[in-house]
Design a binder for this molecule. Structure first.
Ligand SMILES: Nc1ncnc2c1ncn2[C@@H]1O[C@H](COP(=O)(O)OP(=O)(O)O)[C@@H](O)[C@H]1O
Ligand SMILES: N[C@@H](CCOP(=O)(O)O)C(=O)O
Length: 345
């Protein structure tokens, strides 16, 4: 009897909040991210933000509706399957509602609008950005209906990894974690700690150039050997450990000397026309490091000088880009990660 009274009080509260929420549109933004950062395959990732203010990430709008629907807009909307049931945003919604439904929490439906700004299969964490924007948006939207967030940060990140894994072929957090939390993140993958935020070099510029071709993450994972040699294993472990130590001590020279890829780049670079020439130009023109962003085709160059970063970005625009969907941006790390705002304002 008492429990029923509490439940009905909750329902009354939910009805009041739903009424308040009607007509309100919440917009969630999730930034582009670069996975691996050369030396941390599947374990290290960073969120990126162009310094010129270009929106490099996906946005999801949410508003109350009588039934669920998804609208897809934006520069890369036409590259996604026409059937919205297969869109990862729909899968996020259904999963989110089901987990809460299993706990007896029944929520009103939403209309979601995905603004697909990130190219698919680009190495910029495109599916991760949709997953993070959708799930962070749902969590914050329903917080306004329920009076508290349905999932805490750790629980939500677990769900994000699971959903991203459905698309890329295996669960890896190096896109969803930085995209959600911001900055440079290292995966711990422990029951109570999934990801750790690392110190960074604030004066670094990250040039990110997308060539315009598509590389499927699942396919780029398939071509990797299933075994790693003992020397490469030792080098991988040494590089990652020393890099993290160098970040904490702000030893830039040592950190940079660890930024090479023994796991993926030797195999994946064959998928990327003009990769070697691009690396050569970048390194001869002041880049501290150069590598494949995620599974490619985007490449990144790290510079400690804006002029050099701009020069490398321009050269990549003219020489690495293959078609008119390509782009190149000088970025810094996006320290904020996913954010929501009132889209009515
Ligand atoms: N909202 C979405 N954003 C990106 N990809 C999506 C989305 N919904 C479904 N997909 C599908 O997921 C796959 C993403 O491919 P993947 O190579 O993992 O891209 P990325 O590395 O850019 O995340 C594609 O087959 C794409 O059609
Ligand atoms: N660690 C993953 C990262 C994939 O990133 P994406 O942006 O290409 O999806 C990998 O290297 O496979």
């Amino acid at each position: 009897m008492e429990a029923r009274r509490v439940m009905s009080k909750q329902n009354d509260m939910q009805n009041v909040n739903e009424a308040v929420m009607r007509g309100k549109v919440l917009r969630a933004f999730a930034p582009a991210s670069t996975g691996n950062v050369s030396l941390g395959f599947d374990l290290l990732g960073a969120a990126l933000k162009p310094i010129d203010g270009t929106v490099l990430g996906d946005e999801v709008d949410l508003e109350l509706a009588s039934e669920f629907s998804l609208v897809v807009k934006g520069a890369f909307a036409h590259k996604l399957p026409a059937d919205h049931d297969t869109n990862i945003v729909t899968r996020c919604y259904r999963h989110f509602i089901k987990v809460l439904g299993d706990k007896g929490i029944v929520l009103p439906a939403v209309k979601m609008t995905l603004h697909k700004h990130l190219p698919i299969g680009s190495g910029l964490g495109s599916s991760a950005a949709s997953v993070v924007a959708a799930l962070h948006g749902l969590n914050e939207f329903y917080a306004q209906v329920l009076g508290e967030v349905p999932f805490n940060q750790h629980q939500l990140l677990l769900i994000m990894g699971e959903l991203e894994g459905q698309i890329s072929g295996s669960v890896h957090y190096d896109n969803v974690a930085p995209c959600y939390l911001g900055g440079l993140t290292l995966m711990a993958e422990q029951a109570d700690t999934l990801a750790l935020q690392l110190p960074t070099f604030k004066h670094w510029y990250w040039v990110a150039c997308y060539s315009g071709i598509t590389v499927s993450t699942a396919a780029a994972r398939e071509i990797l050997p299933k075994q790693v040699s003992m020397p490469d294993t030792l080098k991988f472990g040494r590089q990652l450990a020393v890099f993290v130590d160098a970040l904490y001590r702000q030893d830039e020279k040592l950190a940079v000397s660890m930024m090479t890829d023994v796991i993926a780049e030797p195999y994946r670079k064959s998928l990327l026309p003009y990769f070697d020439e691009s690396r050569q130009f970048a390194m001869q023109n002041g880049a501290l490091a150069f590598g494949i962003s995620g599974s490619g085709p985007t490449v990144f160059a790290v510079c400690d000088n804006l002029e050099q970063a701009q020069k490398i970005s321009l050269w990549l625009k003219e020489n690495y880009i293959q078609n008119d969907t390509g782009f190149s941006h000088v970025c810094q790390l996006d320290e904020q990660g996913a954010v929501v705002k009132n889209a009515n304002a």
